[in-house]
Design a protein around this ligand. Structure first.
Ligand SMILES: Cc1cc2nc3c(=O)[nH]c(=O)nc-3n(C[C@H](O)[C@H](O)[C@H](O)COP(=O)(O)O)c2cc1C
Length: 293
């Protein structure tokens, strides 16, 4: 299906984009107006865009329904400060509650049951329950349009971060396994990060991978190996050679058993290599594949 975005209603366009560009981290923004009234609302049009200077951007949109603007936007235009609180699984239902369209001046800390805590350098309070709070100065607000659905980029410079000790590792860094990050997808869908969904992909920027195009055709065109497998195999610096010291009981068995049916043997070796790759054992997988006929 090919979709021309201009032919869609604003609501449909929003849905397709929201389902496609996912998961998105959630900025739980605490702001204040000139009268000192506090507002707290979630925004998943949010990300980091620079670390030096440290810049985060989130976007309160004009409402599609009636083209009105959100209190958060009005507040940062009056008082250009915001605390960006990071959302984890333990708070997600209350965060969703805070997104209700309460009247102007209603404090969502109260409505959603969060505890305000004074920030150290800016006026809006932090959310005590959030394990990472970032105090920010708003550098610029950039409207992206004047119609309903138009975003407003709130460009924020992070002045300081508050991080709960319980999510730090021994070296004082954030331990990705200790914070159950939550992210927003399309519609009512969310996802939560925990040890069962986390995985690592080795950074290729410490060396240059040979690339999928440099893999021997028998590997590159394998009916067994997937794109992910080829990506792992293509991330070595040089095509490996057979290592005479490589000992593997299962490999020995496969070679003995399938020596009279080489085609069958290749398939079995590819399946075995796939198993090794799933465990991150790239060197071993290469040795298994080099044993093919
Ligand atoms: C998880 C989540 C993410 C949201 N992300 C956005 C967003 O990126 N932009 C937006 O305009 N509204 C977003 N909303 C809706 C706003 O939170 C909602 O309109 C809120 O009432 C705005 O509050 P305010 O008028 O007090 O600023 C989101 C809601 C939820 C629950």
């Amino acid at each position: 299906m090919l979709i021309e975005l201009g032919s869609l209603s604003a609501t449909r366009r929003h849905q397709y984009l929201q389902y496609a560009v996912a998961p998105r981290p959630i900025c739980f923004a605490s702001t204040i107006n000139a009268k000192g009234e506090v507002n707290l609302s979630p925004f998943s049009f949010f990300n980091m865009f620079s670390s030096t200077p440290p810049i985060l951007i989130f976007s309160p949109s004009r409402r599609v329904r009636d083209n009105t603007v959100k209190h958060t936007l009005e507040n940062v235009l009056e008082v250009p400060e915001v605390v960006i609180n990071i959302v984890d699984y333990s708070m997600v239902q209350q965060v969703s509650l805070a997104s209700c369209e309460y009247g102007k001046g209603v404090d969502e800390f109260m409505k959603a049951g969060f505890t305000p805590e004074p920030a150290s350098r800016i006026q809006p309070p932090m959310v005590k329950e959030s394990k990472i709070r970032m105090e920010c100065k708003v550098q610029e607000v950039k409207p992206l349009g004047a119609e309903g659905g138009a975003g407003n980029l709130v460009i924020c410079e992070v002045l300081c971060m508050h991080i709960a000790d319980e999510i730090l590792d021994q070296g004082g860094m954030i331990d990705q396994r200790k914070l159950k990050h939550v992210a927003r997808l399309g519609g009512d869908w969310y996802c939560a990060i925990d040890e069962s969904t986390l995985f690592e992909v080795e950074k290729p920027n410490t060396h240059t991978g040979i690339g999928v195009d440099a893999l021997p055709a028998s590997i590159r065109l394998s009916p067994v190996l997937t794109g992910n497998h080829l990506g792992q195999l293509g991330n070595v610096s040089d095509v490996p050679h057979i290592d005479p010291g490589f000992q593997d009981e299962r490999l020995t068995q496969i070679i003995l058993y399938y020596s009279i049916t080489p085609e069958e043997m290749d398939k079995v070796l590819h399946h075995y290599a796939a198993e090794l790759l799933a465990k991150g054992k790239v060197r071993e997988a290469w040795q298994v594949l080099l044993a093919q006929a």
